[in-house]
Design a protein around this ligand. Structure first.
Ligand SMILES: [Fe+2]
Length: 251
């Protein structure tokens, strides 16, 4: 089974399409949340994502747009984008967003694994450093935890008491590239495929990953997309300019 891992699309249709165009062959799609928020194509991205598969965990932006959490915990720019998104969504897409399940989620296609947005201990927690990863790695009963939320592509692992961090290193800044990461049976992992629609690791390219359950190889992927079109939509929607400019910086 080859599973395409998508997270933090954030209503960026151009980035999503580029990922799907360049993705290696896959059998199913798993989505780790924040389908909407920030970007200017919420309805299109929800509809495209729903056609790709049924496996979703909700993100904090999904929850905020759906009216399930207070916007006071959001920074002003994220809050403006969430309110704008609420106004845009069709009733059907809003209903779908409100019904998304929270993690951790387990699926039959991926045994000994769990899907979360933030951390298995708290769906809103940011797992940025190895230190942040220690507790979820030690307290998880599964081999593999797939997460999103930080918009940082990479892996944390624990073998006994030894922890490690892997951040994919790429050769270019503008081409499609991949990096293979082989999972070992005796090691526990927390892996983030990165953000499709708003990367924050200094690399503007859309991020995603593919996991092959047979070979146990996880392939990190980056692909360029039509950045200008995504930015133009944000500006045309009168969303804060920062949401357009930050896409170019990958921050
Ligand atoms: Fe996000």
């Amino acid at each position: 089974m080859r599973i395409l891992l998508l997270s933090d699309i954030h209503a960026n249709l151009e980035a999503l399409e580029a990922c799907l165009d360049t993705a290696p062959a896959y059998d199913m799609v798993v989505n780790l949340g924040d389908v909407v928020g920030y970007g200017a194509s919420p309805n299109q991205v929800i509809e495209r994502s729903r056609k790709l598969g049924q496996i979703f965990v909700r993100g904090n932006h999904d929850r905020a747009v759906a009216g399930l959490t207070d916007l006071k915990d959001f920074n002003p720019i994220a809050g403006i984008a969430a309110l704008w998104t609420r106004e845009q969504l069709t009733p059907e897409n809003m209903e779908w967003l409100q019904a998304l399940p929270h993690g951790p989620l387990e699926i039959v296609e991926l045994p000994d694994a769990q899907l979360v947005h933030g951390s298995p201990l708290d769906e809103d927690e940011y797992v940025v450093t190895l230190q942040d990863a220690v507790e979820p790695l030690l307290f998880s009963s599964v081999h593999l935890t797939l997460f999103g939320h930080t918009h940082l592509q990479g892996a944390f692992s624990a073998e006994g008491a030894r922890g490690d961090t892997t951040r994919p290193q790429y050769k270019t800044v503008g081409r499609s590239e991949t990096m293979e990461f082989r999972l070992k049976p005796s090691v526990r992992y927390l892996i983030n495929p990165g953000s499709v629609g708003q990367p924050r690791d200094g690399d503007w390219r859309a991020a995603f990953a593919l996991f092959d359950t047979e070979t146990q190889i996880l392939t990190f992927c980056r692909t360029p997309y039509n950045l200008k079109a995504a930015q133009d939509r944000i500006l045309a929607a009168d969303l804060p300019h920062r949401l357009a400019t930050r896409l170019a910086a990958g921050r």
